[in-house]
Ligand binder design. Structure first.
Ligand code: 26V
Length: 821
C-alpha cells in the first residue's frame, strides 16, 4: 500500500527536523561535527523538499489543463545564489532563520557560503534569470532550457592591476538545487551527410546519415515564485557520450582511445564562452548551440506527443518558443527538419507551424555581436540544416521579397539569410526574424533603432511582426532580498502588495516629503554603505568613508559602455584636487566592477589603467579622503547585491544608440541611487518615469551621434580645443601611473589615433559638467534623499513581472494558471 503523501510542515520544529535529517541521512554527518557546507546543503535540501511537491503539481496542472506553455531558450542564465531567494519567495525565511539559530547556526553565514550559479556573461543572462522568477510569480506555465555548463563565467583576479582569469568550478561539490532526470535523456545527431531517398511512390525525402551521436542529460532546477505555488523548472542539458558510441573501437581493445572520444563528447557542455560581443566561428560554440536546441526541441515534441493526440497544426497552440537572442536560432531549421523529414509534413504547413511557434528577442545593435556562421562550418556540423536554410531563403526571396520589390537585387542582398560578401555566412538574425511571428527589442529606443536601421527592410515587409518589450528586473531579488531593510520600510509605509504589483510603489511618492521617512531611508542607505566599506576594505585593502558619495559603475567592460570616459573624469578630478586643495567638493568613492572578455585586449588595458590610477590616488596624501577609486574584483550577482543597495550614483554612460537597454540602471534606481547617464537604452524611459529633475542626463543623443559621424568625427579637434582634456589624456599615457609610459598607449591610441569609435572625447566636457552638478546636488543631503526616494517610488514600470505579462499577452498568448496549495 502506498501511504498518502504527508505534508512536511513549515513550523520551526519541522524545519529543524528536516535539516537535521538531511545532515544525518543525506550527508551522513554528525550534527556535532557537520561542516558549514553540510549545514548549507542540508538547509537547501529542506527547502527543496518543500517546493518539489509544488513543482510536480504545477507540471501536472499544466499538462492536464492542456494550456499553452512558453519554452524559453537561452544559452545563458545568470542565476546567482538561490537559497535566500527561495527562502524569501516561499515565505520560509524567518522560520528557517529561527530553526537554524535554535541549532546554533547563523543563516546569514550559511547564505554567504553558497557559490554563485554564474552561467551567463551579463545582461542577457541575468535577464533570463529575472524572467524565470517572474514567470513563476505571475503563474505562467513555463520551462527554461539551457546548458548545464560545468564551468560558469571565469573568476577574476587582479595581479598588479591586470585581470587574470581562473576557472569557475561552481558545482565541483554538486549542487543541492539540481535534480537529474535520466528518464528524459535525449540523443541527438551531428556532422554526417545528407542522402536523398525515395518512397514507394517515387517521392523524395532526405535522410541525415553517418552522424555522430551525443546524449543530453537534463538537470532540473526548481524556480520558486514569490507568494505563488507555481514552481516552474529550469532544465539544463549536460552532454554525455553515447554509451556504445564507439563500441567497435572499444571491442578491438582500444579501450583508452574509446574513452578519449568520450571525453571529447563531454566537452560540449564544459564551459560558457566568456565573450559577449564576438566569437568568430568557433565550432564548439555552434555545437553547443545545436546540442541544447536539439535536446530541448526533442523534449518539447515528446511532451506534445504524450500529452495529446492532436494534429501537428495544433503544436503552436501548445508550445510557444522564445529565442533569447540569435544563439538558439538553429531551432528554426531544427523544427523544420523534425516536421518535414521525420514527421512527413508538407513544407508550407511546417513553415506555418514554425512561424507561429517561435518569437525572437534581439539584445544588441552592435554589428560585431550579430551572429554569422561560415557556410562551410555550418555545412560540416549541420549539413541538413544548411539545406533547409537555403530552401527557406529561396522561397522567401522568390515570393515575399520579389513580390514586394520586383527585380530589386539590392533588397534581396540585404534580406538574404546568406551574406555573400567577403565569404559566405549564415545570418542568424535574419533567420530569427523570418522564422518568428514576433521580433522584439528590449527598450523603446532600441526597438525604434531595430525598425529604422538593423531590420529596416524586414520592418518594411512585415511591420506587424515588430514590437517593443522594455526589459525589467525582479524586484524580489533586487530589493526584497538584497535590501531587506528598505523592503521593510516600504512595506511599513504602503503595505506589502508592491512585491507583486510594482506599480504600487508610486504610493511612496508623498513620503519623499516626509522628513521622518527621509531620515530612515538615509539611515538604511548609510548602513549599506558601511557594509560595503567593509567589503572594499577586505577585497581592495582601501579604507573608504561611508559619508563619501558612492559612485558606481558595474557592468561588463566594453568600450561602448565607456568605463574609460569615467576614468577621464576621475583623472580630471584628481588634477583639480591637486591644483585646488581647498576647493569644496564632496568626498567621492568611485567603485567599479567589471569582467573583460579574456581576449579583449583594450578592455583589459582599461581595467589596468583604472587600477593604476586607483593605486596612485588612494595612496596620495594630498588627496586624503576626497577621492578614492576601487575596482572590486570578480564582479558577479552576489557582489552586485552588496554594491547596489549602497550606491548613491549610477553610471549609465554608454554612447547613445549602443546599449540596447541596460538593467543595472533599473536595479540601482530602484535602490535609490541617482543616474548619471546618456539618452541611451532604458535610460530614456527611466528619465520619463522619475522626472528629469531626478536624474542627471548629459551627452550626445542618437541623432547627434549620427550627425557627428556623418560629418566626420575627429577626436583630435576635441583634444586640441580642451586643455583639461588634453592634460588628462597625456597624464594617463605618461609614465606617472605605472612608471612605464608605454603601458596605456593602447588606450591613448584608441581615443586619438584610432578615431575614438565611442565618442568619449565628444562627450567628455558635458560629462564633467554633469558630474559637477552631481557634486553640487549631493551637498544638499536632504534634497538628494528626496530624489532618491522618488527614484524608488517611480521605477515600478521596470519590474520584470510587467515585462513578462506583456510577453504573455502580446507574443505568447498565454493564460495565467493558478496552482493551488
Ligand atoms: C553575444 C555573444 C557573441 C558570441 C559569443 C558569446 C556571446 C554571448 C552573449 C552575447 C550577447 C550580447 C548581448 C547582450 O548581452 N545584450 C544585453 O542584453 C541586455 C538584456 O536585454 C541589455 O540590457 C543590454 O543592454 C544588452 O547589452
Amino acid at each position: 500500500m502506498i501511504p498518502a503523501p504527508c505534508d512536511l510542515g513549515n513550523s520551526t520544529e519541522s524545519l529543524k527536523n528536516s535539516i537535521i535529517n538531511h545532515v544525518r541521512f543525506t550527508l551522513g554527518a554528525y550534527v556535532e561535527s557537520a561542516s558549514q557546507n553540510d549545514w548549507w546543503v542540508a538547509t537547501c535540501l529542506a527547502i527543496r523538499d518543500r517546493v518539489m511537491d509544488h513543482a510536480t503539481k504545477s507540471r501536472t496542472i499544466h499538462r492536464q489543463s492542456g494550456v499553452r506553455r512558453v519554452h524559453y531558450l537561452s544559452l545563458e542564465y545568470l542565476m546567482g545564489r538561490l537559497l535566500e531567494n527561495n527562502l524569501r519567495n516561499s515565505g520560509l525565511y524567518d522560520v528557517t532563520k529561527q530553526a537554524l539559530s535554535e541549532m546554533g547556526k547563523d543563516l546569514d553565514e550559511l547564505l554567504e557560503s553558497e557559490p554563485d550559479m554564474g552561467l551567463g556573461n551579463g545582461g542577457l543572462g541575468r535577464l533570463a534569470a529575472c524572467f524565470m522568477d517572474s514567470l513563476s510569480t505571475v503563474n505562467l506555465p513555463a520551462i527554461g532550457y539551457g546548458i548545464h555548463y560545468e564551468f560558469g563565467l571565469f573568476r577574476q583576479e587582479f595581479i598588479n592591476g591586470r585581470q587574470v582569469e581562473h576557472p569557475d568550478a561552481w558545482m565541483r561539490d554538486g549542487s543541492p538545487w539540481k535534480i537529474a532526470r535520466p528518464s528524459y535523456r535525449q540523443s541527438i545527431q551531428l556532422y554526417g551527410r545528407v542522402v536523398q531517398k525515395f518512397d514507394d511512390y517515387g517521392r523524395p525525402h532526405y535522410e541525415w546519415v553517418e552522424t555522430k551521436q551525443l546524449l543530453g542529460l537534463p538537470w532540473d532546477i526548481p524556480i520558486v515564485g514569490y507568494d505563488s505555488h507555481t514552481v516552474n523548472v529550469l532544465r539544463l542539458w549536460q552532454a554525455q557520450a553515447d554509451e556504445d558510441f564507439n563500441f567497435q573501437v572499444f571491442n578491438e581493445g582500444s579501450y583508452v582511445e574509446a574513452l578519449r572520444d568520450k571525453a571529447i563528447a563531454e566537452t560540449v557542455s564544459k564551459v560558457l564562452y566568456p565573450n559577449d560581443s564576438t566569437e568568430n566561428g568557433k565550432e564548439l560554440r555552434l555545437v553547443q548551440q545545436y546540442f541544447f536546441v536539439a535536446c530541448s526541441l526533442a523534449d518539447i515534441v515528446r511532451r506534445f506527443k504524450v500529452g495529446y493526440t492532436l494534429p501537428w497544426s495544433e503544436f503552436p497552440s501548445k508550445a510557444a518558443i522564445q529565442l533569447n537572442d540569435t544563439h538558439p536560432a538553429v531551432a528554426i531549421p531544427e523544427l523544420m527538419r523534425i516536421l518535414v523529414d521525420l514527421e512527413g509534413l508538407e513544407w508550407e504547413e511546417a513553415w506555418d507551424i514554425c512561424q507561429k511557434t517561435f518569437s525572437y528577442t534581439n539584445h544588441t545593435l552592435l554589428p560585431e555581436a550579430l551572429e554569422m556562421w561560415s557556410v562551410s562550418l555550418f555545412e560540416r556540423v549541420l549539413p541538413r540544416h544548411l539545406q533547409i536554410i537555403y530552401e527557406i531563403n529561396q522561397r522567401f526571396l522568390e515570393q515575399d521579397v520579389e513580390g514586394k520589390w520586383p527585380g530589386d537585387n539590392e533588397k534581396k542582398r540585404s534580406l538574404s539569410l546568406i551574406e555573400e560578401r567577403g565569404g559566405r555566412y549564415v545570418r542568424m538574425a535574419n533567420l530569427s526574424v523570418l522564422g518568428s511571428h514576433a521580433t522584439n527589442g528590449v527598450a523603446a529606443l532600441h526597438t525604434r533603432l531595430l525598425c529604422e536601421r538593423l531590420f529596416a527592410d524586414f520592418y518594411a515587409l512585415y511591420p506587424d511582426r515588430f514590437l517593443n518589450l522594455t526589459n525589467g528586473i525582479t524586484f524580489r531579488r533586487w530589493l526584497d532580498v538584497c535590501n531587506p531593510e528598505l523592503s521593510a520600510l516600504i512595506t511599513e509605509a504602503i503595505g506589502k502588495d508592491w512585491k507583486k504589483d510594482a506599480a504600487l510603489l508610486r504610493n511612496l511618492d508623498p513620503y519623499a516629503d516626509d522628513p521622518a521617512f527621509r531620515a530612515r531611508y538615509a539611515q538604511i542607505k548609510r548602513g549599506h554603505k558601511a557594509k560595503l566599506a567593509e567589503v572594499i576594505q577586505a577585497e581592495c585593502g582601501v579604507t573608504v568613508s561611508p559619508d563619501a558619495l558612492f559612485d558606481v559603475q558595474i557592468k561588463r567592460l566594453h568600450e561602448y559602455k565607456r568605463q574609460h570616459l569615467n576614468l577621464l573624469n576621475i583623472v580630471t578630478m584628481y588634477r583639480e584636487i591637486l591644483d585646488n586643495p581647498d576647493a569644496d567638493f564632496h568626498p567621492r568613492v568611485f567603485i567599479f566592477g567589471a569582467k573583460a572578455a579574456p581576449g579583449y585586449f583594450l578592455a583589459k588595458n582599461i581595467i589596468h589603467a583604472i587600477n593604476a590610477v586607483a593605486a596612485k590616488v588612494n595612496n596620495d596624501p594630498r588627496v586624503g579622503d576626497k577621492l578614492k577609486v576601487v575596482f572590486l574584483p570578480n564582479y558577479r550577482v552576489s557582489l552586485a547585491e552588496k554594491i547596489i543597495p549602497a550606491a548613491d550614483l549610477s553610471e549609465q554612460i554608454s554612447t547613445a544608440g549602443k546599449e540596447a537597454s541596460g538593467t543595472g540602471n533599473m536595479k540601482l534606481a530602484l535602490n535609490g541611487s541617482l543616474t548619471i547617464g546618456t539618452l541611451d537604452g532604458a535610460n530614456v524611459e527611466i528619465e520619463e518615469e522619475v522626472g528629469s529633475e531626478n536624474i542627471f542626463i548629459f551627452g550626445l543623443t542618437v541623432e547627434e551621434v549620427t550627425a557627428l559621424k556623418a560629418k566626420g568625427y575627429n577626436p583630435w579637434d576635441y583634444y586640441w580645443a580642451n586643455k583639461k582634456l588634453r592634460d588628462t589624456i597625456d597624464w594617463i599615457s605618461s609614465d606617472y601611473f605605472t612608471g612605464n609610459a608605454e603601458e596605456f598607449l593602447p588606450l591613448r591610441r584608441s581615443l586619438l589615433d584610432h578615431g575614438d569609435p565611442y565618442l568619449c572625447l565628444a562627450d567628455y566636457q558635458p560629462y564633467v559638467d554633469a558630474q559637477a552638478k552631481v557634486d553640487a546636488a549631493y551637498k544638499d543631503k536632504d534634497h538628494w534623499m528626496k530624489m532618491a526616494i522618488l527614484n524608488t517610488a517611480r521605477v515600478g514600470k521596470f519590474s520584470s513581472d510587467r515585462t513578462i505579462l506583456e510577453y504573455a499577452e502580446k507574443v505568447w498568448h498565454l493564460p495565467q494558471v493558478v496552482v493551488n496549495d
